[in-house]
Design a protein around this ligand. Structure first.
Ligand SMILES: [Zn+2]
Ligand SMILES: [Zn+2]
Length: 377
């Protein structure tokens, strides 16, 4: 007597073999038999004729870290066939929470079923809510860096790097599967190459991996790839390049050179892979539009800068140039979902964003940042 019998589906077993008609029996949490099981008995029989039966999908780039605590049944993933999520990408993870580290803005103001600080505490809480998906946790570089240095806009000193190494090592020992960076975000963007080399060396020594939202996905894409591949060369770390893309019309032609670099690194024996998502817009924290010189030293400093007329003019000019130079023929689409006052944004964005001109997008972005004090870490 099996627990489940899935009858009459087309089985794709994940090996690359073509689909074949077969029944699948499950006992406990294991596949017990595959074949012609029409005569077998089970507590639950699931007719699957006309359907594909396959292993669950792995979502390799997820930011569900805290949402799984709030919605452990994970319907948005389960209904797509996703049964494993790799969370903590792009330098942002829920744990460890130490020092000045603040959760990203859309995680910060939720009510969670319990408190956590360390990775071990976060994992205990996750086990308590029993999420429907398997969870693999990456440790965010921004959590590590902000935990030791706060949000300062400068390279780390030797003692600070050592403290980061220790914090990362503990987080990995407590169940982190690897280190992730988000090198366009504050404060990760201020990390010098030596800092990343030291931290990836820790992860490599522990047999863990490295994923990176690289420093550039457009104008400096190829240089960013060199930096990432260089870390694999220097430390032997396994690398996943997150959401590989060539952003900005003038960079579209770089895709061949980018893939050639990855192929060459793989051919040389480095363990490097990449993933990408199948849409053309982008969606992230709003403060990411600020250039490095304007984004550092914490929320109060950023907002003070945004209120100085001269700085504001300089920012406006830089942002206009950047947005305009990135535009496709339809203009730039900037999606911002991480705002604490959707009605305000809707009313402000409604007219100018219909046209989606570079100027209106920049104006709206700066105004929102300034008035609402949002998303500025
Ligand atoms: Zn991401
Ligand atoms: Zn990212």
């Amino acid at each position: 007597m099996f627990d489940f019998l899935i009858l009459g589906g087309e089985v794709l077993d994940g090996s690359g073999a073509p689909a074949r008609r077969a029944d699948v029996a499950i006992a406990g949490d294991r596949i017990a038999a595959v074949g012609d099981l029409a005569q077998a008995e089970a507590r639950t029989v699931l007719p699957a004729a006309g359907s594909i039966v396959c292993p669950g999908f792995i979502d390799v780039h997820s930011h569900s870290d805290t949402f799984l605590l709030l919605e452990p049944s994970a319907p948005s993933k389960i209904f797509q066939g996703v049964t494993t999520e790799i969370v903590g990408n792009c330098g942002a993870s829920t744990a460890p929470r130490t020092g000045a580290y603040m959760l990203p803005s859309d995680w910060r103001d939720k009510r969670y079923p319990g408190a956590w600080s360390s990775v071990a505490e976060y994992r205990a809480l996750l086990e308590q809510v029993r999420p429907a998906v398997n969870v693999v946790l990456l440790i965010g570089h921004n959590a590590i860096r902000a935990g030791i240095l706060g949000y300062v806009a400068r390279p780390a000193q030797a003692g600070e790097v050592r403290a980061m190494e220790q914090l990362l090592e503990r987080a990995l020992d407590e169940g982190g599967a690897g280190l992730s960076t988000g090198l366009i975000y504050t404060p990760g963007r201020y990390a010098a190459p030596e800092e990343l080399r030291a931290l990836t060396a820790v992860a490599a020594r522990l047999g863990k991996m490295y994923t990176s939202h690289m420093r550039s996905e457009g104008d400096q894409l190829l240089e960013a790839l060199d930096e990432t591949i260089g870390l694999a060369q220097a430390t032997g770390i396994r690398v996943e390049i997150s959401h590989l893309k060539t952003a900005g019309r003038r960079n579209w032609g770089k895709v061949d050179a980018a893939l050639d670099k990855i192929r060459a690194a793989r051919a040389a024996g480095l363990a490097i892979a990449a993933d990408r998502y199948p849409y053309t817009a982008s969606c992230t924290e709003l403060d990411v539009i600020l250039p490095g010189w304007a984004a550092g030293d914490g929320r109060a400093a950023v907002l003070a800068r945004l209120r100085e007329p001269a700085t504001r003019r300089r920012l406006r000019d830089e942002l206009l140039w950047r947005v305009a130079s990135y535009s496709s023929t339809k203009g730039t689409e900037m999606h911002t979902t991480k705002c604490s006052s959707p009605s305000f944004v809707n009313s402000l964005c409604a007219a100018p964003c219909r046209e989606r001109t570079a100027e209106s997008t920049t104006f709206v972005s700066m105004t929102i940042l300034d008035r609402l004090s949002i998303a500025v870490s």
